[in-house]
Design a protein around this ligand. Structure first.
Ligand SMILES: Cc1cc2nc3c(=O)[nH]c(=O)nc-3n(C[C@H](O)[C@H](O)[C@H](O)COP(=O)(O)OP(=O)(O)OC[C@H]3O[C@@H](n4cnc5c(N)ncnc54)[C@H](O)[C@@H]3O)c2cc1C
Length: 213
């Protein structure tokens, strides 16, 4: 299978970096093809703005979605977005690897979604091509994340509430909206509070997840 890992941590030697490296190693060992976008490493532009559209449908007033539709149709996307789109089209499985920041993904990863999950590439809302008809239908996606807070705080009874519920804003209204089949998330909770041994045990669980792909 072709696996596309989007890695969003500013430090390559971080725990998230280790998890990404483990994924690459195991997936390759198991015969899969792997491509990575290290968003901080490539200094990925995180904001969708007018600069993305050198050739505008409407130069008078900036409507981001209309310009996205136009750029996809005319092949005028900037190269950094085009590179990501090609990896997305190539992939059978998309993995987003990130630390949880403010119970969400880091801004650079949200910016990747804003700029790469394009109309005409992942959905075509005007023609009803969303959810089961989404343009990424047939592909799968998974979240792999770490948190500072322990899992009890992110349980349905805990003060933060169930993180997997909060992440439906990604798994349902982004992934499933685009037609992607959602794989179970891998969450390594309470990263900073765990002993090294404990982290290693969690990493073993992640390896099992990867081996099941
Ligand atoms: C802006 C911001 C907002 C945040 N918001 C939230 C939030 O809303 N909710 C929340 O829960 N947390 C939050 N955090 C905390 C954040 O989620 C954690 O700091 C992050 O998930 C830890 O991942 P890391 O890759 O940075 O870990 P690292 O700091 O790199 O590592 C964490 C620990 O893992 C162990 N470790 C690292 N590598 C290995 C290895 N190879 N083998 C064994 N052990 C290892 C070490 O003990 C290390 O101390 C926030 C942090 C920031 C900066």
């Amino acid at each position: 299978m072709n696996v596309f890992i989007v890695f969003a941590h500013p430090e390559p030697t971080s725990l998230n970096g280790t998890i990404k490296d483990i994924a690459v190693k195991i997936l390759k060992n198991n015969g899969h093809e792997v491509k990575i976008s290290d968003l901080y490493g490539i200094n990925f532009k995180a904001v969708l703005d007018q600069e993305d559209f050198a050739s505008r449908k409407n130069p008078e007033s900036f409507n981001p979605m209309i310009e996205q539709v136009n750029a996809v149709a005319n092949g005028t996307l900037p190269q950094d977005i085009q590179d990501e789109v090609e990896k997305l089209k190539w992939a059978d499985i998309l993995i987003l690897q990130f630390p949880v920041w403010w119970s969400s993904m880091p801004a650079i990863l949200k910016g990747w979604i804003d700029r790469v999950f394009l109309p005409g590439v992942v959905h075509n809302m005007g023609e009803g091509k969303v959810y089961n008809e989404g343009l990424l239908n047939g592909k799968k996606a998974m979240l792999s994340f770490t948190t500072g807070s322990p899992q009890e705080l992110y349980s349905s009874e805990g003060p933060h509430g169930d993180l997997n519920e909060a992440f439906r804003s990604i798994t349902h209204t982004i992934f499933e909206f685009a037609g992607l089949e959602v794989m179970p998330s891998f969450g390594l909770y309470g990263a900073a509070m765990r002993s090294e041994e404990d982290v290693k045990m969690e990493l073993e669980k992640f390896k099992q997840v990867l081996n099941s792909i």
